[in-house]
Design a protein around this ligand. Structure first.
Ligand SMILES: [Zn+2]
Length: 102
């Protein structure tokens, strides 16, 4: 046992840390990239034109429920439970930000 084996051990620990943490960092980076790519306005526009079918439930709502959980809010129009961070009711697609205006 000497300085050489200590340096080798540190190198091996560093390689292990990269091998363990690397995929996690890449996965979280992909997650954030996909969230950045999301264009709700485009999907709403295309769904209004009938070009695409409205996603039901929307992938963003699934993501929001997986990451933030359910906070007990309900849609004021139809009473559907709304996921935390969701911008629209999953059933009637009402904009939840406009709830307190009525
Ligand atoms: Zn609703």
């Amino acid at each position: 046992m000497g300085i050489g084996s200590t340096a080798e051990l540190a190198f091996r620990l560093a390689v292990a840390a990269v091998a363990i943490g690397g995929p996690t960092v890449l996965y979280l980076g992909l997650w954030r990239f996909l969230a950045w790519l999301r264009d709700d306005a485009l999907i709403d526009r295309l769904a209004a034109q009938g070009v695409v079918e409205e996603p039901r439930p929307a992938p963003v709502d699934v993501l929001a429920s997986a990451t933030a959980g359910i906070d007990g809010r309900r849609c004021s129009a139809c009473g559907t439970r709304v996921v935390a961070g969701g911008a629209r009711c999953p059933r009637c697609r009402r904009d939840l930000g406009s709830d307190d205006k009525r």
